[in-house]
Structures are given as C-alpha cells and as structure tokens.
Design a protein around this ligand. Sequence first.
Ligand SMILES: *[C@@H]1O[C@H](CO)[C@@H](O)[C@H](O)[C@H]1NC(C)=O
Ligand SMILES: *[C@@H]1O[C@H](CO)[C@@H](O)[C@H](O)[C@H]1NC(C)=O
Ligand SMILES: *[C@@H]1O[C@H](CO)[C@@H](O)[C@H](O)[C@H]1NC(C)=O
Ligand SMILES: *[C@@H]1O[C@H](CO)[C@@H](O)[C@H](O)[C@H]1NC(C)=O
Ligand SMILES: CC(=O)N[C@H]1CO[C@H](CO)[C@@H](O)[C@@H]1O
Length: 698
Amino acid sequence: MVANVLIMLMIKMAAASMPGSETDLIHGYGAGFPELIQNSCHPVGFGVRAIPPNISSNTWCLVVKQTQIIEIQQRSFAKLHHLRKLFILQNNILQSIGASAFAGLPRLSDVCISENLSLETIKAFAFSDLPELAEIEITKSKHLRSIHPDAFRNIVNLRRLTISNTGLRIFPDLSKIQSAARGFLFDLQDNINIEIVPANAFRGLCTKPIEEIRLTRNGIKEVASDAFNGTKMYRLLLSGNKQLAHISPNAFVGSSELVVLDVSQTAVSSLPDSILGGLKKLLAESAYRLKELPIVQRYTKLHIAKLTYSSHCCAFKNMHRNRSRWTSLCSHPEAKTIPAFFREHCSNSTSVSCSPTPDNFNPCEDIMSPILLRILIWIISVLALLGNAVVLLVLLGSRSKLTVPRFLMCHLAFADLCMGIYLLVIATVDMLTHGRYYNHAIDWQTGFGCKAAGFFTVFASELSVFTLTAITVERWHTITNAMRLDRKLRLRHACIIMTTGWSFSLLAALLPTVGVSSYSKVSICLPMDVESMVSQVYVVSLLVLNILAFFCVCGCYLSIYLTYRKPSSAPAHADTRVAQRMAVLIFTDFVCMAPISFFAVSAALKLPLITVSDAKLLLVLFYPINSCSNPFLYAFFTHTFRRDFFLLAARFGLFKTQAQIYRTETSSCQQPTWTSPKSSRVIYSLANTLSLDGKQEF
Ligand SMILES: *[C@@H]1O[C@H](CO)[C@@H](O)[C@H](O)[C@H]1NC(C)=O
Ligand SMILES: *[C@@H]1O[C@H](CO)[C@@H](O)[C@H](O)[C@H]1NC(C)=O
Ligand SMILES: *[C@@H]1O[C@H](CO)[C@@H](O)[C@H](O)[C@H]1NC(C)=O
Ligand SMILES: *[C@@H]1O[C@H](CO)[C@@H](O)[C@H](O)[C@H]1NC(C)=O
Ligand SMILES: CC(=O)N[C@H]1CO[C@H](CO)[C@@H](O)[C@@H]1O
C-alpha cells in the first residue's frame, strides 16, 4: 500500500518535472470567449468623441467600440477601480494609446486592442504598474508603427502578451515587464515588418521559465547574437519566417530549458549547436535550406524530429538515448494512467521518432555501403579509364589512314571513357561522404555534381550501346557485301551515323535535367524517377532501345556466322574458334545488359523486384562491364590495334623490336594467301570482326 502511494508519488513527480509537454499549455484564457464577454460589458459606442466621465465605477468590463475617439488619454479610466476587462475595438480614427492611458486600474486583468485601422502609436507607460494585468492583446492594427520602449513596465502578473498583425518595424521592448507568472506565453505573429530579433530581446520579460515564445510568420530575417540571453523558455517557434536565413550561433547563449524548437518553413541553413543538448522535439519541416544537421551525438534528449529530408532521419536511426531514470516504473499499471509520463519515459524511451521516414530509393546507407562494392568500384573505374584512354590515344596518335572501323572505335572508347569518369566521380563522392552520407545526401543529389554525373553516365551508356551496334552492323555489312565495292560503307556515312548517335545520346542524357525523370532520386544519380507518366515512358523506352540494340547485335553475329560457314574451305578448328569469339562478344554484351534491363524494366513499371541497395551492386558489377571489356575485345586483342600500338610506342623510343616485327609483317601480308578471292575477303573481314589475328589463325 505504502509502496503504491510512493510509486504514484514518484510518477507524478516525474510527470511534473517535464516542462514543455503539450498538456501544460493552457490556451486562450481571458480571450477565450470574447463575444460572450463583450455582450455583457458596458459599451462606449457609436460616435462618442471621448470616454464619458459618468461610467459607473462598479463597471468590471468595458467595450470601447466604433467610437470617434482619436487618442485614449492619460488616466481615461482612472475612476473605474473595479475594471477587469477592457476592449478597444474597431475605432476607425483612433490614432494612439496615450501615455499612462491605463494607469490607476488596480484590478485590470485583460486588455484587448484590435481592428483599429488608424492606430499608430502606443506611448510611454501605457501599460505600467498594473499588478493584476494578466493578458494583453494588440492585434489587427496594420498601421501601428511604434510602441514606446517604456510602454510595458512592471506588469508582474502578465501571463500572455500577444502582438500580431501590426506594422511594427522594430522588436518591442519587453525588458521592463518583469513578470513573475508561470506559464508565460509571448505571441508575436504576422508582423511582416519585424526583421530582426535583437540581442537580449526577452531579458526581463519573465523571471520564471517562459512556456512558449511564438514568433511565427513575421518578416524575421535574422536572430541576433545573444537574442535569448537571460531567457528561460520551453518552446520557441520560429516557423513561417520565410526569409529567416541566419540564426546566430550565439543566439542561445545565456538561455536555458529549451525543449521544443520549430524552424519549419524558414530558410535557415544551420542550427546553433549550443541548444541541441536539451531539445526533445525538433520541427523543421519545409526547411529546404537546412541540408546539414549538426552532429547527432549532440541531441542527447531528442524524442521527436519532424524534418524536411528523409536522409536526416537516418542519423537518428541507430542513435539511442540513455534510458530514462524512471523507466523502471513503466511496467507499473498506474504509469499508463498518466499519459504525459508514459509518453515521456516509457514509450520506446530509447529511440527517436523521426519523419519523414527514409523511402526505398534512399535507404539509410552510404553510396557504396558494402566494403566489397567500395573496392570494386575503384578497380572497375580505373580499369575503364585506363583502358579506354590508351585505346583513344593509340587510335588518335596512329599515322595510318582513318578507316570506318577505326573511326567507330574512337567513339566507342570515348563513350566508355565517360562511363569511367562517372564511376570515378561516384567512387570519390562515396569516399568523401563515407559514414555521414545522410548529411550530404541533399547537397549531392540535388546539386550540380549529381546532375553532371548522371548526364555522363546516361550519355556514355547510350553512346556506347549505339556505337557498339554501329560497329557490329558495319562488320555485318562489310562481310555480307564483301564483293560489292559500290556498297562499301564510307567515312561520310559513318559520320552521319555517329552524328545521329551523339544527338540521340545527348538528348537522352539531357531530358532528366529538364524534368523528364530526374537524376536526384538516388545517390548514384541514375534516372530512377518514374513517378510521372512521361518519366516512365522515358525510362522504359531507353531500356527497350537498349534491349533492341542487343538483339540487333545478336542478329548480326548470327548472320555473319552463317555467311562464314558457307565456304567449306576454312579449316574446321577455326570454325569453333570463331564461334567462341562470337560467343564472348555476345556474352559480355548480354551480361552487361540483361540483369539491369530486367530489373530496371520491372522497376520502371513500378513492380520493383529488388531494393535500391541490391540494384547498386548490380550496377557497379554489371553496368560498366562493357566499358571495361570493350577496349580488350575491340582493340587490345586485335592485330591491327597491337600494330598501331607498337608503332606509336616506337615513335617514343619504346618496344622498338616489336614495332620492327609488325613493320615487316605489314609489308609481307599485303597479299592474302587464300585461294578463292571471295572467301579470302570474307575471312579477312571476319578475322577483323572477331578480333582474331589473321596471321595466327588462318
Ligand atoms: C452619461 O451621460 C450621458 C450624457 O452626457 C448620458 O446620455 C448617459 O446616459 C449617461 N450614462 C450613464 C451610464 O449615466
Ligand atoms: C546577458 O545578460 C546578462 C544578464 O543576464 C548581462 O550581464 C550580459 O551583459 C548580457 N550579455 C550581452 C552580450 O548582452
Ligand atoms: C549517457 O549517459 C552517460 C553518463 O551518464 C553520458 O556520458 C553519455 O553522454 C550519455 N549519452 C547520451 C546519448 O545521452
Ligand atoms: C520500439 O522500438 C523498437 C525498435 O527500436 C521497435 O521494434 C518496437 O516496435 C518499438 N515499440 C513501440 C511500442 O513503439
Ligand atoms: C484593420 C481593421 O480591422 N480595421 C477596422 C477598424 O475599425 C473599423 C470600424 O470602425 C473597421 O471597419 C475596420 O475593419
């Protein structure tokens, strides 16, 4: 029994020691039912030019409404010793609240000044020495420009001060209010001309912790250093100040007790570190500039975070706060009866509830999270870069005549080089953001870098696929028309074909930068956005084109193979050899294309079969296979390329002997040794096509 009471007591204590929970705030006292109260009030109305002197001194409530009063004079209400509520509403030509206007009203508790179009000033000591005044509301006065620094003075019971919808330009001086009330609410809203919260803005407002400082939807652009010096407050709402870009890192020096901070719909780009330790709730929705969060370990007490970017929630995912010291009481049946206690100390007391939760496209992980992937991407990108750079150098540096195949090879190598650059960029960004990608995700994915990388990779892969197809078709054409010189493909034709290829690839790569799909959906900057119909059509048609290109390549090789088989002169072992080579070419192409196309088409049709994390593995392992293997399959393994390579190297004094071998070979090999001229041409082309060394194989 005693134990029970003791536990109840402890729970209550714990609940009481929780500032800033929603339940604590008592909303709208006094102003709660203004209409009702006004109706039972003594009216001073229509056309009156001054406050009449013969109002009964017993009046406890007075409405000054729609009068012709120009100024509320000093001590206008001095005789009304029992006046508790005063409303000054809709006075068209009221210009000022005079000095000491409300002096000598010992019982006054609520003042509401509203909807006075002409009100411009509130003079010194207007609200001064009012021991029972609990609530002041000054609203809807567009022309109110100035409140005298001494207007609010010595109001010890003030619990709520509302100044909204005014034309004030400078922050009102609150330093002399010296309230001692609990649960103070300061409400400064919709004052679009207030641009700065100055230093020491709230010092002297209240000696007890302030329940809430609501500075929403003003024109605030800056919160100055020391703005909250000497201020104890539980909740601070800065939301809706669309131009608020700068909160001084020292703004919160000398302040304490802050548990709820709301910077939603502002332009802040950073939060001061100093207040984070105590925060339990952080609201930053639609704060698009807040791209980086301070180090997560600083948020030792955070419970709830409502943020703009899902990637930031990743930071909290694995963070666990220390267990509440009241956790042991949670299993007690009484604990559930006090919701505030339960929420604070029991409901998942070690985790942070954060929204928006990370989606499938942006899982909480680095760009390349498995270590294997991280190593592979470096190897693959360096391989693709080196291989293709060498091919390009040799092709461009060679002195032999520019043939169509050589011309096409240049394009292929260039496209694959771009792919290498893309991989290198991704690998570098991954290295730089290692372990803290969630903080860089927005900057990277929405920035120029990701767009450029995405552009490179789409351009590269499309150009590569196009050129590969062109090369194959060219070989097929050469072989099937080996005898007909008039049908020979000329450089002029190749130029036209490649111009088409470039235009197509550029277009395909540009579309996502202008809103058709988008490169910023995933960390690896591929156009994975298929939300709109247009994007879906774009992605699906790219994939379908690639698949068609693959079938085209297969078809060409099949046709070449059949053409080649016809003359029975070729030795049998070469037959299998050729078939093998063909198989390799088609296989690498297939391996590169198939898995990605399959999963990508399924994803593009919004039936994703694998997660983005798995897709990355696929992309790093398979997508660049062609870029890495093309230099070998189409260049290094061919006789002509090796000859060019050694001849070029010889010009720089390297590989002199090899170069000499190739030189003599070139001269002796001019005349093919095969008997039938037709089959010899076919076989010679084939040898080239299939990267065979004509010399060795035949
Ligand atoms: C106050 O005086 C005015 C005339 O000056 C009169 O019309 C009005 O009825 C008086 N009000 C009261 C409450 O006596
Ligand atoms: C902060 O407030 C303290 C008193 O609370 C005062 O002495 C100090 O000068 C203030 N700091 C600044 C920078 O205004
Ligand atoms: C947990 O408590 C220990 C000691 O009480 C403290 O050093 C540590 O920083 C706390 N960690 C968090 C996340 O609050
Ligand atoms: C508490 O969090 C854990 C994981 O952190 C989760 O599995 C569990 O369902 C949560 N419980 C409640 C009541 O939310
Ligand atoms: C801004 C505002 O609401 N002004 C009001 C002032 O009072 C007159 C009546 O006297 C109203 O018509 C205005 O709307």
